[in-house]
Write a new protein. Sequence first.
Length: 434
Amino acid sequence: MSNGPDIEVISFGCRLNTYEAEVMKREAGEAGLGNAANGKAIIINTCAVTAEAVRQARQAVRRARRDNPQARIVVTGCAAQTESETFARMEEVDAVIGNDDKLKAETYRRLPDFGVSAEEKIRVNDIMSITETAGHMVDAIEGRARAIVQVQNGCDHRCTFCIIPFGRGNSRSVPMGAAVDQVRKLVAGGYREVVLSGVDMTSWGADLPGQPRLGALVQSILRHVPDLPRLRLSSIDSIEADEALIEAMSSEQRFMPHLHLSLQAGDDMILKRMKRRHSRQNAIDFCSEMRRKRPDIVYGADIIAGFPTETETMFENSLRLVEECGLTHLHVFPFSPRKGTPAARMPQLPKAVGKERAARLRAVGNLAYAEHLKRLVGTRQNILIEREGLGRSEDFTLTEIALGQPGEIVEVTITGETGERLLATPVAAAAVAA
C-alpha cells in the first residue's frame, strides 16, 4: 500500500527539468493530485530543444495512456510552453500547463476545473512576464547521489537556433542568500555533491541588486558551507566566465574540475550566424588558460552539426575544435529547425548531411573520450557512488566500482577501462590485497 500520492513524473531534457520534477511532484502531492480520491497522476515534463525531443514527449504521452488508462495525464515543460496546442489536441492529455505554473500547488488544485476541448485544457501564461525565480526547497532528489539546485532560469540572449527563451522566459536569478541556504540544507541532509543548475548560468545575478556574478555565488557557497565536499556547475558560457569564477576553479579543490561548455560550433561564420557571443579563438584560449590554472580540468561541450549554410570546411573547424580545446564529454546534435527561430528561415542543409556530420563528430568525440580514459589508468581518484557498482570521478568520468554505498565518496585506484568507463579498486582494498 502506497504511503504517499501516486504521482509519476517523466522528465526529458536538461538537469533543470530533473530538479523541477522534484518540485512538481511535491507541489502536486500537496494539492491532492494522485491521492486515493483522484487516482494516479502522470506528469510529462517536456523538452523543446529539438524536434526529436518533442516527438519523444508525444510518444511518452501515448505510452503513459496505454499503460495507465485511468490515470490523469498532465503535460508541462518547455515544449508545453512553446507548443501547447500540439499537446492539447492529443486525446490522451487531460491538461497542459506552463513552465511557471507547473511549480505551484495551486495549479494542480485547479485541474478539476479544466475542460475537455483542446482550448480548455491549456493553462499556459506569458512566460516573458515572469520576473522572479523562487528558491524552491527540495529536501532530496529521489534516487540520486547528488542534489541539483536551481539558481537561475530563462535567457536574455537570442541565439538564432534556440527556442528555449520562449519556453523559459527572460533570465532571472535566485538570490544568493536563498541559494546558499538551500545548499546548506541539502548538505545537512546528507548530500556530498551539489550541482548548480540554470538555463544560462553565467547570467546569474544580472537581475539582482548590485548585479553580482556567478563567481561570487560559487565562492559564497564554498565559504559558507564548509561541509560541502563537492560543488559542480551544470554548464556555462565560457565567454561570460568572470574572474571570481575562474579563481574558484583554479584554487578550490572542492569545486569539481569539470566544465560543460556551450560552444555549439567551431567556425566563426557559423558562430556569427548562430548569434553566439564568442569566437573560435575565444573558446580555444579559455580552455587553454583554464587548463594551465587547473591541470586536471576536463571539458564537455554542446556542438551542433549541420547548421544552415554550414560547408564541409566550416564543419571541419568544429571537428578540429575537439582536439584544440581538449574536449572529452561531447553532446552532439544534428541541427533541428525550431519553428519561430531565425535559423529555421535560413537555407537548410539536407537532414542526411546533418546526421552524417553529427556521426563523424561523435566518432571524434568517442576517440577523445577513450584517450581520456586511458590517461587515468593507474591514477588515484575520489569516486562519488551514484548507485550500486557505479560512480563518478571528480571530473565526471563514469567509474565501475564493486564497493561503496550510494552517496559515499570512495578513494580508488583506477585499474583499467572498458572504452566506456573506468574500472576501480578502493585504495584500502588494494592495500590489503598487496
